[in-house]
Each structure stands twice: as C-alpha cells, then as structure tokens.
Write a protein that binds this ligand. Structure first.
Ligand SMILES: *Cc1c(COP(=O)(O)O)cnc(C)c1O
Ligand SMILES: [Zn+2]
Length: 447
C-alpha cells in the first residue's frame, strides 16, 4: 500500500513542505518544527489487520508493537505486506519495540488514585527492550536515518534517549555519538549507553549546550540526529496511543495521562489523535493531561497563567513565544526556577516540543498539572505493589491522576489511561523509599 509522505512545517501560517528524504528538523522560513504528513486516509478496516498481526505468523514486523501499525507511519512508502521490503527498510530489535507494552488493570493503583479498577488502565512502556517508551520513536527515527544513508546516530542525552539510540545503532551496525554535559549524569541510564558502545562526547556547559553541539555535529554528512525534535520519533511514538486504543477496542477513553518533559510524547499523542479523528477512526477526542514535576514545571506555569497572567496557548499556530522567552530569561537568573527534581527524565526546563505540545493540548482540550517528588515516589511505589515496574518520572502519571481525581477534574466514572514511561534504572530509589517508614507504601526491612 503506497502512500505519499512529506514533511510539513507545523506553522499553519507557513505550511512550507519538504521532501520526506530531507534531513530538515526545523522550517528554514519560520523556525517551527516539522510534521510528517501522509496524503492518503488509511481505511479503518486496518483495525482488523492490526488485530490479526497479534498472531505474528513468524514476522517480526507483526510482533513489533510499532511496526504492527506500519500503514499508519509508512514514511518509507513501502509495500507494507512485502516482508522483503519491511526487512530492507524497517529498523526493529527483533520485533521487541512496543511488543510488551499494552494497558493493564492495576487494582492497587486504581484504589490509590480513586477510580474503579475497570475504569483505569496503565501502560508500562518500560517493558521495551532498552527500558523506556523512547524505543517506539527511536525505531522509527533510526529507520529514517538508515533510509537517508546515515552512518552515525547523534543525540544529546544523559538518559533514556541515549540508551535507546545506542541500542538501535549497535543493532544496525551504525555508530552512535552521545553528547553529555560534563559532570551531571544519571548513571543508571548512561551506563546502558556505554554498554551499547556509544561514543560519549563531553561538552563543557549544561544540557542545552550539549544539545546545541549535537545539532551542529549532525550537520556532518552521514550523521543523523535523533533527539525528540526529530519528526520521525514522533511518528513511532504514535503507536503508544494506538496500542492503548486497540486494547480498549478503539473505544476512546476520557483521559490519556502522560508525564511531561520535552513534550515529545504529548506531541505524538496529539498528532495520532488528530489523524485518527481526521480519518474517521475515532468519533470522540480524549483529553490529554500532561503532568509536570513541580520542580521542573515550565509548561505548568505558562499554560496555567502562573508565571504571567497570560495563559500560553497554541493560539492557531501563533503561541506567544515572547512569553516563553521571558520565562527562560527568568529561569537563567532565578535559582528557584531552575529545573530540580529527582525524576531526572522530566527534569527539563526548556521543552523542545513546546509548540507541538500546545497544539496537542488545544486539539484535545487538554490540561497541565504538577506533582511533587514525594507524590511521584508514592505513584512509582504503588505500581510496584501490583507487580509492575516503573521509574520515578512515570510515577507522575499515577500521582497526576490521583491529584486530578481529588480535585474533581477527573470524574468518578471517567475512563482513564495512564502511560508509565520507563522502567526503574536507579536501584537506590526503591531501597531508600522502602527504608523510610514514613513513606505511604514503605515496607522497611525486618531486623
Ligand atoms: C523521556 C522521558 C519522559 C519525558 O518524555 P517527553 O516526551 O520528553 O515529554 C518521561 N519519562 C521517561 C521515563 C522518559 O524516558
Ligand atoms: Zn515554516
């Protein structure tokens, strides 16, 4: 099934298009990010095909929780049923990306957040091969990189992005350079990137400096950047809501709840819903709730009018960038505004997908909430009591649902999907949590 794909500037007042075989990340006229856009409208009869592929019949592209939906992200423009074309183009870790992450009922978590067990599910994206949802997007981005003839994958990350990029690059026999700020690292995740043989590049400065350097390096011929500004990562991450919706028999929930960092996940959820709605696959639009850490709450402050009375909105493609710049300016001066949370995956002050994130919130009538580190740790820990593993940032989804339920924003009978973004990679966090008897779910050791 061929489809015409291209890249389009997300600014509705610009809309400049680029070839799908372009390495552009930003629009050269207006500096907005780009979207992958498909010309055709995939028929909703594909729902049957996707369902049948859950019996993979020996194909890793059916096993994959990403490529099982390949008709909906066919930017390679391949014949999707032709296994030779699939194996020539699609990057997959033997079908493992997205394979095990689907929604589960977790009775103790449901009780904690104040919803009936049948009304709430949680999707542990930590059960991806490198341990986070990043593998969904990375398989797609590295696929595009390969299509462009890239030899070297590049990212700036101290966390799950580097682990995921390193894993796929190693598996594809590509090089991978990871730009890190000299000094500040999350050892659990970076150790994975070392394990996959990535080349660390230490940059004097903070994360933003490392990011800038990485984008410069990606200009070299044969190099390819996979930070979440890459539009193909957004394509791969669309399969997170696809899997959730499929397991709900495409009955649309009232809420989809995500932790918010760079807002790539929020953006891709919004894009997937915009497309499904446009194609007539869904009739109702679920609301996205983005949960910030209260120590890194740029979006929370700007969206809810806390930094300034003005509430930052998509505003038909003209968000008030001046307001954002002013916030960043204050942040550089005020120690209290600098991102600070133990949930390192969402310790992000300048969300690089902010415009796409605002568009997603606009389309879904979404909201932004914040939770404290303590609340995230409780959320993370109650997930464990149901026999599932997740990291602290993922605890934001649980804590956010609880807070919104307590406030009455999420109603008693609302149907809710919470995304648990990653697996525990910091062994000391649960040990410290459970050794402190004052914690809500602590089970301290017996002496
Ligand atoms: C990257 C990451 C996030 C943040 O996602 P964004 O798309 O950057 O908003 C949250 N949780 C985990 C575990 C992550 O790895
Ligand atoms: Zn543009």
């Amino acid at each position: 099934m061929q489809q015409k794909a291209k890249l389009v500037c997300i600014n509705p007042n610009c809309g400049k298009t680029y070839s799908i075989k372009s390495l552009a990340i930003k629009c050269d006229s207006c500096n907005f990010l780009l979207d992958v856009k498909y010309e055709n409208k995939p028929s909703s009869s594909l729902k049957e095909v996707f369902y049948e592929r859950r019996n993979p019949q020996g194909s890793i592209y059916n096993e994959s929780g990403v490529w099982r939906f390949r008709e909906l992200l066919n930017f390679c423009e391949i014949e999707t049923e032709d296994i030779e074309q699939c194996s020539k183009y699609l990057v997959s870790l033997d079908g493992a990306e997205g394979r095990q992450s689907k929604p589960y009922h977790m009775s103790k978590v449901a009780e904690f957040v104040g919803l009936d067990n049948e009304n709430v599910v949680f999707q542990p994206e930590g059960y991806n091969p490198s341990g986070s949802f990043k593998d969904n997007g990375m398989s797609a981005a590295v696929t595009h990189g390969k299509m462009m003839g890239a030899k070297k994958i590049i990212c700036a990350s101290t966390g799950n992005t580097s682990a995921s990029a390193g894993m796929f690059a190693a598996n594809e026999n590509m090089e991978c350079d990871v730009y890190i700020p000299d000094g500040q690292i999350a050892p659990g995740k970076l150790s994975q990137a070392y394990q996959f043989g990535t080349q660390m590049v230490k940059v004097n400065g903070n994360f933003d400096d490392a990011f800038t350097k990485s984008l410069e390096a990606a200009e070299e011929p044969g190099s390819y950047t996979v930070n979440s500004v890459n539009p193909f990562r957004i394509e791969g991450q669309k399969t997170i809501p696809y899997r959730a919706l499929e397991y709900l028999n495409w009955e649309v929930p009232d809420w989809l709840v995500y932790p918010g960092g760079a807002l790539g996940n929020t953006s891709s959820c919004g894009k997937s819903l915009m497309e499904l709605y446009e194609w007539g696959w869904i009739k109702k639009i679920p609301r996205i709730a983005v949960i910030n850490a209260s120590g890194a709450n740029t979006l929370y402050q700007l969206f809810n009018g806390i930094f300034d009375e003005e509430k930052l909105r998509w505003n038909e493609g003209a968000p008030n960038f001046e307001l954002i710049r002013r916030f960043y300016d204050e942040m550089s001066k005020d120690e209290n505004l600098k991102p600070k949370t133990k949930a390192t995956a969402i310790q992000i002050g300048k969300p690089s997908n902010v415009a796409k994130g605002l568009r997603a919130l606009e389309f879904t009538n979404g909201i932004v909430e914040e939770v404290t580190d303590k609340e995230m740790l409780d959320g993370m820990s109650v997930v464990g009591l149901n026999g599932f593993d997740c990291e602290m940032a993922s605890g934001a989804s649980v804590a956010g649902i609880k807070k919104l339920r307590d406030k009455g924003v999420i109603k008693k009978d609302d149907k809710v999907v919470g995304i648990l973004t990653g697996r525990q990679k910091e062994p000391l966090l649960p040990i410290d949590y459970h050794n402190d008897p004052s914690n809500k779910f602590a089970r301290p050791p017996k002496i």
